[in-house]
Design a protein around this ligand. Sequence first.
Ligand SMILES: Cc1ncc(COP(=O)(O)O)c(C=O)c1O
Length: 388
Amino acid sequence: MKRPLLNQRLVPFGTTIFTEMSARAIATQSINLGQGFPDTDGPRGVAQRAMDAIERGEGNQYTPLPGVPPLRQAVARHQQRFYGLSYDPDTEVLVTVGATEAIASAIFALTEPGDEVIAFEPFYDSYAATIAMAGATRVGLTLRAPGFRPDLARLESLITDRTRLLLINTPHNPTGMVLTAAETSEIARIAIEHDLLVVTDEVYEHLTYDVPHVPMAGLPGMRERTVTISSGGKAFGFTGWKVGWVTGTPELVTAVRTAKQFLTFVGSGPFQFAMADALDLPDEYYAGFAADLKAKRDLLSEGLRDIGFEVYPSDGTYFVTTDITPLGETDGTEFCLGLPERARVVAIPSAVFYDDKEAGRTQVRFAFCKRTEVLHEALSRLSVLKKG
Ligand SMILES: Cc1ncc(COP(=O)(O)O)c(C=O)c1O
């Protein structure tokens, strides 16, 4: 009997919508507001540091498995400086190849086949795939428009004796929802009461607009059960460098490292040195980057509203979610597939992030991490959708 080529756990995932839509963007010369990457590079001095590292032979060979000491120390300083959280750079910090590897390593390390992982739905796309690869089961807590606030009573009701961990993402991609201090405390209470591990993806920690980011690990009783994941790609505008990191207790970090060593072993050598410098940038850098993105969020949100989209509030990330119903449209996937031809703009149908396709059927996500003139041009192209 001929077996199917692809591992059955991977069959539902196929080629991601990002690959498909980015190819369409190139073919139609569209502006790509689909995938979340900035169209300008991060600080010049940080880029220079990566070039210097290559010149000096820093990180050109395999780096130590946990990451180079200057970066681990910089991550520890960062957690202390922004959140008052103290981590030992030698035993409580692990450098990964982007947050993506950290997520996969954490899931592979901490779950057994049959375990359940509860995560906010819409899910960032790698969550569903890595949970499936681990043989675990994802359980979605659906965030619903317009506010996308999590229903925490429902979260508690989803917990079974198979639940192993809560996979939290704040600020949340794709919705732009940022957990409040009260919501974070309630999630902490639930995790402690049900003795669950928490893996928290905080890659957009510095991209919040007038609301604070509250790290899960900072809540009483949470440090010992929380694996915190972040990455330098988003906050420093170097998404291609793929430098991520994990912080947690020595036991948690050792577990994650055990899986990580067989994924890439190590990666991004010279960039690790540059990221160490980036993390030490002054407060003005962080504030300036967020202020710039906030202005872009406002520009795109107002422009889309003016064209006729229903635009939901986004308190963080690179993204704004819209609803296309007021434009007379009924299906976000069809809408996005046709958009490059119609308007030479690419966006992502939020339905791809949902198991409950109905919940996201008419939602479309746009990225605003682009130059102002590019956003203006995208809005001008999208104005062909204006009714009347
Ligand atoms: C929520 C979330 N987690 C993780 C990642 C991946 O981060 P990295 O590029 O560092 O692997 C992204 C990138 O889009 C993201 O949006």
